[in-house]
Design a protein. Structure first.
Length: 217
């Protein structure tokens, strides 16, 4: 399954480059604010969900069909995950999960000239493969704190913590100045259920708000 997704994404990239009039490259660095969206027996269970920050580093290529339309494909390392915080009287509990992904976004891009600058919009799928994951829990009662931490296990069986694959749908916008430095805002809607034995009524998905600085060569 993982190989099939990667081959499909690669085929899209090379097919686009065969018809593209011009190819340009860029790099980006930024921060993700990711948050879990959970369902239990069909009911939303997000009362204690909080955003967790992480980094995003990558490179991308724009396959330009016209001055206005392009396909942007990239390779990036990013951290996602989420956090739950519960507090009541003398009890406080914090649970965090951090998952590192190798991600391939393949987006359609629309450009709009603004004097000597360029504004653009992005829309398209993302394909992520989990590289590593870890969790940390802190439980405090009457001033005493107990902690637990460890690594997440990827897989599809009952002993696993989460699926390795993570597919999403990205919406974004950016602005590139005439000196090739730019800024980008995006939101990725998680489509994959991370629970190994989850279903439509029991699911955990990740939403990611991204802020990045870009530089185009």
């Amino acid at each position: 399954m993982k190989l099939k997704v990667l081959l499909t994404a690669t085929a899209v990239i090379f097919s686009a480059s065969a018809f593209a009039q011009d190819i340009s490259f860029g790099v980006k660095a930024g921060v993700n604010f990711s948050k879990f969206s959970e369902k239990i027996e069909g009911e939303k269970a997000n009362d204690y969900a909080k955003s967790k920050p992480g980094i995003c580093l990558g490179a991308y290529a724009d396959y330009n069909f016209t001055d206005m339309f392009a396909i942007e494909a990239g390779l990036q390392f990013e951290q996602k995950g989420g956090k739950y915080e519960f507090s009541e009287e003398d009890v406080k509990e914090i649970d965090k999960e951090s998952i590192s992904y190798f991600t391939i976004p393949v987006n359609f891009r629309a450009n709009f000239a603004v004097n000597d600058n360029n504004a653009y919009f992005l829309v398209g799928p993302t394909f992520g493969i989990g590289l590593s994951g870890k969790y940390k829990s802190e439980y405090t009662e009457d001033g005493e704190t107990e902690t637990d931490d460890g690594s997440l296990k990827f897989g599809d069986d009952e002993e696993s913590d989460c699926h390795r694959m993570n597919v999403g749908f990205l919406l974004g916008a950016g602005f590139e100045m005439s000196n090739n430095i730019g800024f980008r805002l995006s939101y990725e809607i998680g489509l994959s259920n991370l629970q190994p034995k989850g279903d439509s009524k029991n699911s955990t998905k990740t939403g990611v708000l991204g802020l990045a600085v870009t530089y185009k060569f």
